[in-house]
Design a binder for this molecule. Structure first.
Ligand SMILES: Nc1nc2c(ncn2[C@@H]2O[C@H](COP(=O)(O)OP(=O)(O)O)[C@@H](O)[C@H]2O)c(=O)[nH]1
Ligand SMILES: [Mg+2]
Length: 320
């Protein structure tokens, strides 16, 4: 099948983003918006009827945005069936938005209470380069801003540069860090982190981990060992295993998540680099195919470029 982008309008979609959270979503998702944004309006403004050609073009754009073939077919089947009664671009767009929204699991109405357990231990895992350390740094800042006492454990000891990098984030977020020399046992670092967190009355302990070792099997074994070791010092910990996925890797992110989940039991997902990709549909794809909630999205490299994921905002940011 030939996949192509819709013709783009002269104006760029992110001109009218505004400053609120929706604006941040829109700006961060501008590349995906380039594919989806107003193309439907565009087609209709040329007085096009809702016919098979139009529906095929919408389908192509959804596939381009990496919604995933199965989900895309499901959405388009419903859209095509229900669109027979529609006449305007906005009606079709609303229908499309509703069908995509239906792919997301219902979101909890009240935010979950934070720091009910103290320290709450969050272990950050994922493939090398996906944005684990960056996301951890952004979370350190977010929790600090919320008035929580944060500590970081630098359990990616595979490279000296990794320890340097996470130390820099700790400095930026103005939080403490527990670290050993590079090459040290990551489980020992995590253990010391938990111990220090308990001793210092820390609310949230963030544990950075490696995404690459000599083999994938080694990595999974190491992550399991870190998990076991933490639980020995603090039963019930880690309270969250946050897996970081890179949106630019598209559908690969899903197979990575499944692999890590089997090994260490992932409890939440973060999707980074949405600002750098037109494959923003991967967020829908993840939510539509995985049981694990998508909790955070990364919309840039800065310390404040992390947002709590909200499917409604996400869809509005893409289509409006
Ligand atoms: N544009 C963009 N870049 C990001 C985002 N999150 C991480 N990065 C970049 O991705 C690269 C790898 O990040 P890093 O945190 O070192 O990945 P790690 O190996 O998983 O720890 C760095 O250059 C980050 O600045 C994001 O949301 N948007
Ligand atoms: Mg890292």
């Amino acid at each position: 099948m030939e996949i192509r982008l819709f013709k783009k309008k002269g104006e760029t979609p992110n001109k009218e983003t505004g400053n609120g959270i929706l604006g941040r979503f829109k700006q961060g998702l501008s590349r995906t918006r380039d594919i989806l944004f107003t193309d439907i309006d565009d087609l209709f403004s040329k007085k096009r009827v809702i016919d098979d050609t139009l529906l095929e073009e919408i389908e192509e754009s959804l596939i381009m945005a990496d919604l995933g073939v199965d989900l895309c077919l499901k959405v388009m089947e419903n859209v095509s069936r229900k669109s027979k009664k529609l006449s305007t671009a906005n009606e079709l767009k609303d229908l499309l938005k509703a069908e995509i929204q239906a792919l997301f699991p219902g979101e909890p109405s009240a935010p979950e209470p934070t720091a009910v357990v103290k320290p709450r231990v969050i272990m950050v895992v994922g493939v090398n380069g996906t944005g684990k350390t960056t996301t951890l740094g952004k979370l350190a800042m977010k929790f600090t801003n919320e008035g929580q006492k944060v500590l970081i454990a630098a359990a990616d000891t595979f490279r000296a540069a990794a320890i340097e990098q996470v130390s820099e984030w700790a400095r930026r977020a103005n939080v403490g860090i527990v670290k050993h020399r590079d090459g040290a046992d990551p489980a020992a670092v995590a253990f010391d982190g938990v111990e220090a967190a308990i001793a210092r009355g820390i609310d949230v302990l963030l544990i950075d981990t490696a995404g690459r070792l000599h083999t994938q099997k080694n990595l999974m074994e190491e992550l399991k060992k870190i998990k076991r070791t933490i639980a020995k010092r603090l039963p019930g910990a880690p309270h969250e295993v946050l897996m970081v996925l890179d949106a630019t890797t598209g559908q690969n992110a899903i197979s990575q998540a499944k692999l890590f989940n089997e090994a260490v039991g992932v409890t939440a997902l973060a999707l980074t680099k949405l600002d750098g990709t037109a494959k923003g549909g991967i967020a829908v794809s993840i939510s539509g195919t995985m049981e694990i909630p998508l909790k955070y999205i990364g919309l840039g490299e800065g310390i404040n470029d992390l947002q709590e994921f909200n499917s409604q905002l996400f869809i509005n940011a893409l289509f409006d």
